[in-house]
Design a protein around this ligand. Structure first.
Ligand code: ISL
Length: 566
């Protein structure tokens, strides 16, 4: 095996600290809470924890608006809690990756507080400003602004500042070398404390074309698929900056890893970020899969036809091929910005919940990429499907609601759509047990607990040998024991089959076959002919029974099978 790396062999577990475990009864998860659950995390077999932001923040966007990069937010704890957390993880052989949010800061960050004071302030050029006497700046879209406008007028200096996200998240000016140096110093601050790397938030957006060209609606539609993230993602100096970051910081910490969040990139762009020779980053995660199953109409509106499995297979096969010879990928089906993977890609109805959540785990843990699991997915947690805007906490939902309302759009339909696609679906408290607050907290949590915690919870699943949780543990171990599941070549079979996803993973003489019934139906399935001369040895089955006659299988709904081939 060439280019072996620890971060290719690990399984990533994402912890959303606000919703994981509350230790002091204020309804918000915190570091002492997380520390009390480290044995649980260790029991999963995962090797790396990605922790969402825990820095000082006014929490306009749940910590993605940072006001001090080198301080822990008091709602989460103290720096000594952080040290305990890091030591506790390391003692258990688990690495820690922190979120690095450097496309923007909070408007309450001292840099911005200074920057907005006067046009000649020494921090003025830390952000992007447009003087009002030049007229209105060329339109830029904001993901979280109720007017959808990314330039916010600021009276103090009669100028506009740029914010791709909310108006409390002004974009940093990466053109300014001082800004870049401040960021590199800050990165070293945490690396010197011993963290193992960074997940780089919205990193594809950092470089801006500061000639601020006008982008017409027509160009947006024709060149960027009517999606601003494609326009934002490939700024002129993006790779120059990432290379510089590598030289100034990353290369000095040879064991660290970076996981780049790269919205708006295409397959052709991927290796530019992670090809070894370019000396930029290690791994990235793209958004292509996340677009499947949404209609072109509305905001995150489910397509009534759902998604087609052949399309899904094609997408994941093509992305496998991107990294087949060089670079390395990650794979995920949900995170804190997506609905629950079970509700989105499986089926959360009572009869299908268990097998389909196990099938999705099987998929993620047998593909040729580092899998990223979002906390709670190991239990098969489901979307909460709020019925009222009052229940929502997420800035994206709230802003979008007001934006659509202002445009006289159908907000009732929006609320229905959000039951499928809202980010808050995955942000509800972790379900530890069946007590009223799910064992997350002693009091009213910051966001409602899913009522299904009475039967979907960690305590119950721990005791049940057939639970999603125990299946997850078993499969994480299986991946570790079968090197072909990590490094082996991927080969797709039956690309056009509408219900079954079949592939092999082959390393030298060792081959594993994965058969996944992505449907609610019982499917008669003939194992691909080219494999018939092989001997099949079942090594994993997410159901209790398997009906096999020769090369014919009667696959149960959402059944996932793994065979060793000889
Ligand atoms: O919002 C988008 C398009 O609708 C995405 O492409 C967006 O750029 C991407 O999801 C960025 O997400 C990250 O940065 C956000 C934060 O709210 C998310 O939680 C974070 O994962 C702003 O910091």
């Amino acid at each position: 095996i060439k280019d072996k790396e620890w971060w290719k062999e690990t399984v990533i577990y994402q912890v959303y600290p606000r919703s994981f475990k509350d230790s002091n009864g204020d309804g918000v998860g915190d570091l002492p809470g997380l520390i009390s659950k480290l044995d649980y995390i260790q029991s999963l077999g995962v090797g790396l924890v990605w922790l969402n932001p825990i820095y000082a923040s006014p929490n306009d966007d749940n910590g993605y608006d940072i006001s001090n990069y080198e301080a822990i937010s008091p709602i989460f704890g103290t720096i000594s809690d952080f040290n305990t957390l890091l030591a506790g993880l390391h003692a258990r052989g688990i690495k820690l990756v922190m979120d690095l949010v450097v496309n923007h800061t909070s408007d309450e960050h001292p840099w911005f507080v200074e920057s907005r004071k006067s046009r000649d302030n020494q921090y003025r050029d830390y952000y992007h400003w447009w003087p009002a006497e030049k007229g209105k700046p060329p339109h830029r879209y904001s993901f979280f602004d109720k007017k959808g406008e990314a330039w916010q007028y600021d009276a103090a200096t009669d100028s506009y500042y740029l914010h791709y996200f909310s108006n409390k998240q002004p974009d940093l000016n990466w053109e300014n070398p001082k800004v870049r140096q401040e960021i590199y110093q800050m990165m070293k601050f945490w690396l010197d404390k011993g963290i193992d790397g960074y997940r780089l938030d919205a990193i594809s957006y950092i470089s801006k074309d500061t000639t601020w060209p006008v982008l017409t609606k027509k160009e947006l539609v024709e060149k960027y698929d009517n999606d601003w993230s494609y326009f934002y993602a490939r700024g002129p100096k993006l790779h120059e900056y990432l290379h510089e970051m590598n030289q100034e910081v990353l290369s000095k910490y040879p064991n660290m890893v970076t996981i780049a969040e790269t919205p708006g990139i295409e397959k052709e762009d991927a290796l530019k970020f992670v090809h070894d020779d370019r000396k930029e980053l290690h791994m990235l995660y793209h958004f292509k899969g996340m677009g499947l199953g949404y209609s072109k109409e509305g905001f995150k509106r489910p397509d009534p036809k759902g998604y087609s499995l052949p399309e899904f297979k094609k997408l994941y096969t093509e992305w496998n091929d991107v990294f087949a010879k060089e670079g390395w990928g990650t794979i995920y089906l949900g995170n804190h910005d997506q609905p629950r993977m079970l509700s989105r890609w499986g089926n959360d109805a009572p009869e299908f919940r268990v097998p389909s959540s196990k099938l999705l785990m099987t998929f993620l843990l047998t593909m040729r990429s580092t899998p990223i699991f979002y906390n709670g997915d190991e239990l098969g947690m489901a979307n909460i499907k709020f019925e009222s805007i009052q229940d929502y906490r997420d800035i994206e939902t709230l802003y979008m609601f007001h934006y659509l309302q202002a445009q006289n759009e159908d907000v009732d339909q929006f609320i229905k759509d959000q039951q499928y696609g809202a980010r808050d679906n995955s942000r509800t408290p972790f379900q530890w047990n069946a007590t009223p607050c799910a064992g997350f907290s002693t009091c009213d949590p910051w966001i409602r607990v899913n009522a299904d915690h009475v039967y979907i919870n960690q305590e119950a699943q721990d005791a049940d040998g057939n639970s999603p949780l125990n299946y997850f543990r078993h499969l994480v171990q299986l991946r570790k024991d079968h090197l072909e599941l990590i490094y082996g070549d991927y080969h797709l079979y039956d690309a056009d089959h509408k219900q079954v996803y079949t592939y092999t993973r082959t390393l030298e003489k060792t081959a594993t076959l994965v058969i996944l019934n992505f449907s609610n139906d019982l499917v008669q399935y003939l194992i691909p002919k080219t494999l018939h001369k092989k001997e099949f040895q079942l090594i994993s089955n997410n159901e209790t029974s398997l009906q096999q006659e020769g090369h014919e299988l009667a696959l149960l709904p959402w059944q996932a099978l793994i065979f060793k081939l000889k």
